[in-house]
Design a protein around this ligand. Structure first.
Ligand code: SF4
Ligand code: SF4
Length: 179
């Protein structure tokens, strides 16, 4: 986990140096990807999050309250507009706006130019021919005379290993912390 988090953080930092911080609502309000209860995690991540919540009662109570209200991701702090488990947030939450997804006939990625708003995602479609392989683990494409860089997780060995273990729902943490 530690190594994969470091690889992704390093790749993200390279992109930030090349393109600046990416515009995204993800961990700043509930209109972006934090609006859903969709995250899959590994058992290692689950253990870390459960342990953290058991030691931090105030955060645990907020998560349980969110669960009762059935709104947004249960780990999103609506008052403060931030992730309650930010340091331990799932891999899929860490770099989603910096990632490029290969589909059968195209690539998809978050727009580097505008953040998503009120359930209106700005994910864009790119032709395969327009996407270029860059230095590991990045891909890029040209838009408005600027080259934008994204993480290609398929080339990261540690990510491939992680994917095989990423089969637990984040919300399964709730049952554990209720015990
Ligand atoms: S779709 Fe992308 S840009 Fe929009 S909120 Fe999610 S991660 Fe951010
Ligand atoms: S765990 Fe945190 S970053 Fe991930 S969706 Fe929930 S609030 Fe957002």
């Amino acid at each position: 986990m530690k190594i994969l988090r470091e690889i992704l953080e390093d790749a993200k930092n390279k992109i930030v140096k090349l393109n600046g911080e990416r515009l995204c609502n993800q961990t700043s309000n509930s209109c972006g990807c934090c609006n859903w209860d969709y995250s899959l995690i590994s058992l290692d991540e689950k253990r870390e999050i459960v342990e953290f919540l058991r030691k931090n009662n105030e955060v645990k109570e907020k998560v349980l309250k969110n669960k009762l209200e059935e709104s947004v991701c249960y780990f999103h702090d609506k008052e403060l507009g931030k992730c309650l488990i930010y340091k331990l947030r799932p891999i899929c939450c860490r770099y989603i706006s910096y990632k490029i997804y290969e589909k059968d006939d195209c690539f998809k990625t978050c727009s580097p130019l505008e953040p998503c708003r009120k359930s209106c995602s700005t994910v864009i479609r790119l032709e395969k021919k327009d996407v270029r392989i860059e230095k590991y683990p990045l891909k890029s494409y040209q838009l408005n005379d600027e080259r934008y860089y994204f993480i290609d997780d398929k080339v990261i060995e540690e990510y491939k290993e992680y994917k095989n273990k990423q089969n637990v729902k984040l919300n399964s943490v709730i049952e554990e912390i209720k015990k």
